[in-house]
Design a protein around this ligand. Structure first.
Ligand SMILES: [Zn+2]
Length: 330
């Protein structure tokens, strides 16, 4: 049945020769493939379908549903495909702003791992593309030993990668897609391999719980992901920094709890992590820049107290620990 469409406030009025119906825009889903005509819409309930064959009209309606008329140019086919998924998801959840953290988490749960990995690569390039990765052979081997001890107990849906950035910042971070970075400054600051193992287990906790992805979605929504993939600088980069380097208290608590379980599974004590937290607490005043650990992981006695101290065998030999500390020396 041919129809004429009107927008009336939050609803779409669909007038046909036989009558008129109203569909709340918030209840509409796009059920055609993104970018393909006709754009096919369906309300949450009922069997009715609306096909929009006209390109201009389809664009207007898609923009209406996404709450945005911006169409971003993307760089490659892979990115375009990802953007199409993102736009599709934006359409699905348009109007759900009130329950956004909940919706964002729900999306993060169903987002394919491959999409998160693509996103992680974009975030990594954006934030650390200019920073050297330390690659002294013995250091890389020691780091790999540590990763292989911890990773099986993290329960992540994707393989985890751990690299060291040649940067003086005392920090560590987990990007989307299981990409964990440790900054050289943290290896200098740590007094033992147990401390590094504790920090790494904490970041693996963030990675396994997809906190960075969920942070990106919660913080600035999917538009930020589009911006992140779309071009240099701007909103997307800011969102990526926030999502990668700082988390809510609830996420920190969850990462701590996961860290304790990961360490226990690997037969490594929590004492190292507790000691590291204690020293970071003493440096609370030092919030030098967005990259510092104390700024991005606000330490607190409460977090430390939630960890039960355990001791076990050292995660690395003394030689391996020495090599790890020298990983940037090459
Ligand atoms: Zn953290």
């Amino acid at each position: 049945v041919p129809a004429t469409l009107y927008r009336e406030g939050g609803a779409l009025r669909i007038a046909t020769a036989t009558g008129t119906i109203h569909w709340p825009i918030a209840s509409l889903r796009v059920i055609s493939r993104p970018g393909v005509l006709p754009l096919r819409l369906a309300p949450d309930e009922g069997d009715a379908r609306l096909d929009v064959a006209d390109r201009a009209a389809a664009d207007v309606i898609a923009a209406l549903l996404s709450g945005s008329t911006a169409r971003r140019r993307t760089r490659s086919r892979a990115v375009r495909r990802l953007a199409a998924i993102v736009v599709g998801i934006v359409l699905l959840v348009a109007g759900a702003v009130a329950g956004w953290p909940f919706v964002a988490d729900a999306i993060a749960r169903v987002l394919p791992v491959s999409v998160e990995q693509n996103l992680g690569q974009a975030v990594d390039e954006k934030l650390f593309g200019e920073t050297r990765r330390c690659d002294a052979e013995a250091g890389v081997a020691a780091l790999d030993t540590l990763r292989r001890k911890l990773e099986p107990h993290a329960g992540a849906a994707m393989p985890l990668s751990v690299t060291v950035l040649d940067s003086p910042a005392v920090n560590a971070a987990a990007m989307p897609g299981g990409r964990i970075v440790i900054f050289k400054g943290l290896l200098r600051e740590a007094l033992s391999a147990e401390e590094v193992a504790g920090v790494l287990a904490h970041e693996m906790g963030h990675a396994a719980a997809r906190h960075s992805l969920r942070g990106l979605m919660r913080g600035l929504g999917l538009s930020a992901i589009g911006a992140l993939l779309g071009g240099p600088g701007g909103l997307g980069e800011y969102a990526a920094i926030l999502a990668t380097l700082s988390h809510t208290r609830a996420f920190e608590r969850e990462a701590d709890a996961r860290a304790a379980a990961i360490l226990a599974g690997a037969g490594i004590g929590t004492q190292g992590l507790i000691d590291f937290f204690a020293r970071m607490e003493a440096r609370q005043g030092d919030r030098s820049g967005v990259l510092s650990y104390v700024a991005s992981h606000p330490p607190s006695g409460e977090r430390r107290a939630a960890l039960t101290p355990t001791q076990a065998t050292a995660p690395l030999t003394l030689g391996e620990w020495q090599a790890l500390r020298e990983i940037c020396a090459s």
